[in-house]
Design a protein around this ligand. Structure first.
Ligand SMILES: CC(=O)SCCNC(=O)CCNC(=O)[C@H](O)C(C)(C)COP(=O)(O)OP(=O)(O)OC[C@H]1O[C@@H](n2cnc3c(N)ncnc32)[C@H](O)[C@@H]1OP(=O)(O)O
Ligand SMILES: CC(C)C(=O)C(=O)O
Ligand SMILES: [Mg+2]
Length: 692
């Protein structure tokens, strides 16, 4: 609990004179005094504006005069007591409330998450609600360290029915609520403050008498939770006075050391979180015998700030939180307990709730509530960790690389491996999500995203220059369709572009059928002692448009020997500029990489590879003339389980890209009568005449 030094009550009395006046006025006349709002609305309504002037329609909240508020400088350092009200507040707000089987499934899931307090029903509402509570007790489903909470209004017949529902349970919290805000008192109950207090006292006495009776009969441990409905809209002085009365009444039960709970509800969220925190701090500092009281929060989310209000309310002295998973509940819902708990987790505080298998939890919640999860919801939404935008993807990719390095150093020094990745404040793995959904590609994405997805799918890491080349191809597709480009489409585009695993020769492209390489008159592979200084001779069968040729060349390694043979054969002044290679290593924990389904051959027999493990990816950059004036750079890719073989196929891949470009520029430049290199490459569909 956060310690608060209580100033003299008189200080608050003076400061709250405005509230007092308002409260006294209301209690004596039953009507609201006119208030001086602290700020006014945006003002004049022009002729063309259709919105009403809000200053003439809505009253701003009245700030509580708590000038020495202490919550702003406090820091949360431990988890509160959590209560899930999914089976009550959540359930009462569903178009189709859960049946007994669904409630049971949900209840068991709440136990697995680690909730020790669960509001299971409004037993007097229906037979289903009543029977659900009975079945939990009679079927002995509730662990000994778990408290069942049941809700009842201040209505004697409903209180009796509620107590009947929990007969024989081990630990029970009776949650009795009463609307406290003026609008409830005047409009709903038609009672003055005094009458409302009498109503509370009478019904709390009944709960007290019945719980004593049930304790004597069944040995049940009871706690009492008084639900201050409309707390955030009520006059703080009235709430205090009412709660003091409830506290006195309950104390007469003499139920040992159990503290009474005051459940301060923002039944409707009508003011900003800082105001709620002030109200909670005021209550916490002024309720008598603070140590005998548990202050609980029950925030709703009408203004979308329930999580913020709850966090500030905890700083302000509360120690218990009631809410629902995913923020289910009346209207815009109760505070989302997943967000609350994981917000603490990411601050390095154990929430004492286990969301390590969140996808499974979400499936059960969706199944039982029949409501979909908002994809933008913190932590739980499908898009909660997804980056589509190029610069975010770039930062995340770099962040992961830097983090991997940093963690290796941390590991070696026995230091904690602290998470720190730009745009990703949290490790999706911690809640059972993979990194796969993190990066997705559309027309807003850049090279980093495309590169990451390719790496994710095939464990192929493109050289930097090549990333831009391939990204342009993917972006063109994204723009053409106007949609997200799936990982499968990226793999397909990659295979098509670099002609990986294309079984049937495409017209106009060179296909390497087979080759034989000898190193110092011995067949490949190279020995480690040979490499660059060795003399390699190659003889290869290439095919284009049904015509097969045997080409020959030599060089200091098989790739260079092949490149020489191909250059001479095509009679194209091209240059092999660069080659890079890496082994293909599926990442640990990664599903098997997508297959390249390669049919790359190293001999006259064709081999098909179904996965990429133990393979090498090779990337070759060539300079290729696409006109008599212009040389263009092309990267190609080859994959094989032999390094040289991968390199040779990367060359074929790059040359085919060059030939493709040449074909395209030939047709567009024909009218300008520019002389092309002496290479006979016909338009697609016609035969390529080999000049070698
Ligand atoms: C903020 C909250 O979430 S509070 C919890 C709300 N949850 C639910 O209401 C779900 C379950 N409720 C139900 O199924 C039904 O409302 C029942 C069975 C409890 C009661 O049904 P009914 O007797 O038909 O009454 P109804 O639903 O119209 O309730 C309104 C009555 O309850 C009174 N009431 C409302 N809240 C309270 C309260 N906290 N204490 C005492 N009386 C209350 C109203 O003043 C009204 O009384 P009136 O009929 O004398 O004017
Ligand atoms: C029963 C009460 C606490 C409630 O649900 C609310 O006020 O929102
Ligand atoms: Mg509620």
């Amino acid at each position: 609990m956060i310690g608060v030094k209580l100033p003299a009550l008189s200080v608050f009395r003076t400061r709250l004179s405005r509230f007092q006046q308002s409260y006294l006025h209301t209690c004596t006349t039953g009507t609201a005094p006119s208030r001086q709002p602290v700020r006014r609305g945006l003002a004049t309504v022009s002729d063309t504006t259709i919105l009403p002037d809000p200053s003439q329609k809505y009253k701003p909240y009245t700030p509580i005069l708590l000038n020495d508020r202490q919550w702003p400088t406090k820091v949360l350092d431990k988890a509160p007591m959590w209560l899930s009200t999914d089976l009550r507040d959540g359930n009462q707000a569903l178009p189709n409330p859960m049946n007994i089987q669904q409630k049971l499934k949900f209840f068991k899931m709440l136990l697995r998450i680690g909730f020790k307090e669960i509001e299971v029903a409004y037993p007097s509402a229906s037979q289903t609600e009543f029977m659900f509570v009975r079945s939990l007790i009679e079927d002995n489903i509730v662990p000994d360290d778990v408290w069942l909470q049941v809700l009842t209004p201040c209505r004697p017949e409903l209180i009796k029915r509620t107590l009947e529902s929990v007969a024989g349970a081990k630990n029970v919290i009776i949650h009795t609520y009463l609307g406290t805000a003026r609008i409830f008192r005047e409009v709903v109950f038609k009672k003055t403050c005094t009458e409302a207090m009498e109503m509370a006292a009478k019904n709390v006495s009944l709960v007290r008498d019945l719980t004593q009776e049930y304790t004597a009969r069944y040995g049940t441990n009871f706690r009492f939770n008084f639900g201050v409905e409309g707390f955030s809209q009520a006059e703080p002085e009235f709430v205090l006075e009412l709660c003091e009365e409830v506290k006195r009444t309950w104390a007469r039960a003499g139920l040992g050391n159990q503290r009474i709970t005051f459940n301060l509800a923002a039944s409707v969220e009508v003011a900003p979180p800082n105001h709620f925190a002030d109200q909670v701090e005021y209550f916490s500092r002024n309720i008598s015998e603070r140590e005998k009281v548990i202050i609980s929060l029950h925030p709703h989310n009408d203004m979308g700030t329930a999580v913020a209000a709850t966090q500030l309310g905890l700083l302000a002295g509360a120690e218990r939180v009631e809410g629902c998973l995913l923020g289910h509940g009346e209207r815009t819902g109760n505070v989302d307990l997943i967000t609350m708990a994981l917000n603490q987790f990411t601050q390095g505080i154990s929430p004492r709730l286990d969301f390590s298998n969140l996808p499974n939890i979400l499936n059960i919640v969706e199944e039982c509530t029949d409501l979909p999860v908002n994809p933008r919801l913190p932590y739980s939404g499908k898009l909660a960790f997804t980056a589509f935008s190029g610069s975010h993807q770039d930062a995340i990719r770099k962040g992961f690389q830097a983090q991997q390095k940093r963690h290796e150093e941390n590991r070696s020094k026995g230091e904690p491996q602290i998470w720190s990745v730009p745009y990703l404040p949290f490790d999706p793995n911690d809640i059972g999500c993979s990194y796969e959904a993190m990066i997705r590609v559309n027309s807003q994405s850049g090279k980093a995203g495309v590169t990451s997805l390719l790496d994710q799918a095939l464990s192929i890491k493109l050289p930097r220059e090549m990333q831009t080349d391939f990204y342009k191809i993917v972006q063109k597709e994204a723009e053409r369709t106007g949609k997200e480009v799936s990982i499968r489409t990226i793999v397909r585009l990659f295979r098509q572009t670099y002609r990986l695993g294309i079984e049937r020769p495409l017209s106009g492209y060179v296909t390497l059928r087979s080759y034989r390489a000898t190193v110092n008159n011995r067949r490949l592979p190279l020995l480690s002692t040979e490499s660059e200084s060795s003399s390699v001779t190659i003889e290869a069968d290439i095919q284009c448009d049904g015509v097969t040729r045997t080409i020959r060349g030599s060089g200091s390694n098989p790739e260079k020997a092949f490149f020489t043979a191909l250059t001479q054969s095509l009679n194209v002044p091209m240059t092999l500029l660069e080659s890079e290679q890496h082994t293909i290593e599926p990442k640990s924990g990664q599903a098997r990489p997508l297959s390249l389904s390669s049919s790359l051959s190293t001999s006259s027999s064709t081999r098909s590879y179904n996965n990429n493990s133990n393979k090498v990816a090779s990337f070759s950059k060539i300079s290729f003339p696409i006109s008599s004036l212009q040389q263009t750079l092309f990267w190609g890719v080859g994959v094989s389980n032999d390094r040289s073989d991968a390199g040779i196929h990367a060359i074929v891949s790059a040359v085919n890209l060059g030939m493709d470009q040449l074909r395209q520029s030939s047709s567009s430049l024909q009218d300008d009568k520019i002389e092309y290199p002496r290479i006979n490459i016909p338009p697609r569909g016609q035969k390529l005449m080999m000049l070698a």
